[in-house]
Design a protein around this ligand. Structure first.
Ligand code: RB5
Length: 154
């Protein structure tokens, strides 16, 4: 099944983004590359995190991937956009369990932490996973959404 995946990175993640972009296209994924489109050592991760987050929150792309140096800044920025549930996952268990239990829709990666081979495995685990919908996970997700809406968990 092909699905549109939004992909973005700052200068810290740019080389890994280019590597992943090429690999993902080879795997048959449809990728929306929101930039950076060239290496610019003075660019800022919130710009690309926001572009990916907007694509996901608007429904244009069901899933997104953001890469910065550590994954931390990208994750913080993306989670500011309502509707986005971003997580940094540098192990495959988290990359699929975050979707299955938490309905994670944006994967954040740190290009100074992991290499291309592991990144490809993480992306595969993330994109192949589906939210389980089990009652306890749905209940917890509703509480997360309550927090997002400003009421706090009900
Ligand atoms: C950029 O140097 C670096 O701070 C950024 O890519 C990221 O690691 C932030 O979390």
């Amino acid at each position: 099944m092909t699905q549109l995946v939004a992909l973005g990175a700052d200068h810290g993640g740019f080389p890994l983004k280019e590597e992943l972009l090429s690999w993902m296209k080879g795997q048959g994924y449809e990728v929306l590359d929101v930039g950076a489109h060239s290496f610019d050592p003075s660019d800022d991760y919130p710009d690309f995190a926001y572009a990916v987050a907007q694509a996901v929150a608007s429904g244009k792309a069901p899933r997104g991937i953001i890469i910065c140096g550590s994954g931390v800044g990208a994750c913080i920025a993306a989670n500011k956009v309502p509707g986005v549930r971003a997580g940094i996952c540098h192990d495959t268990y988290s990359a699929h369990q975050g979707v299955e239990h938490d309905d994670m829709n944006v994967l954040c990666l740190g290009a100074r932490i992991i290499g291309g081979a592991l990144a490809a495995e993480l992306v595969t685990a993330f994109l192949n996973a589906r939210f389980s919908g089990e009652e306890r996970h749905a209940r917890r997700l509703r509480k997360v959404l309550d927090i997002e809406s400003g009421t706090g968990p009900k």
